[in-house]
Write a protein that binds this ligand. Structure first.
Ligand SMILES: [Zn+2]
Length: 114
């Protein structure tokens, strides 16, 4: 993993952060600049640069990202629905070069996302 990776440093505990979920494969934190009433980042513990780096052998990790997001959505009472987004690369709007999915909910989502 890159030594300067923000999410790796959070995963290891080097940077203390309030985790809303943590298990062997993923952890989740609330976005510091929320774009919706619920805005949670679900993040692999292991360094994966982006969704473009996922392989077929990452099936369990990919499933965990989605099932944890769904659990948090239920916990936050997002009964009307929610959105999962992952950004890849600068043109995709990826701000941290460590894979993360954004769980957004608590308001009606527009398309395309603003
Ligand atoms: Zn990382």
């Amino acid at each position: 993993m890159p030594d300067d990776c923000l999410f790796c440093r959070m995963a290891s505990g080097e940077i203390p952060v309030d985790k809303v979920h943590e298990d062997d494969l993923v952890f989740a934190i609330r976005d510091i600049n929320p774009q919706a009433p619920t805005h949670v980042l679900v993040i692999p513990v292991r360094h994966v640069a982006s969704a473009a780096e996922l392989a077929a052998t990452d099936a369990e990790l990919l499933a965990r990202l989605f099932t944890v997001a769904a659990d948090i959505a239920r916990r936050d009472g997002l009964d009307g629905g929610w959105r999962l987004v992952t950004n890849v690369g600068p043109d995709g709007g990826q701000s941290v070069a460590h894979l993360h999915v954004h769980l957004l909910g608590g308001r009606r989502m527009s398309w395309p996302p603003g």
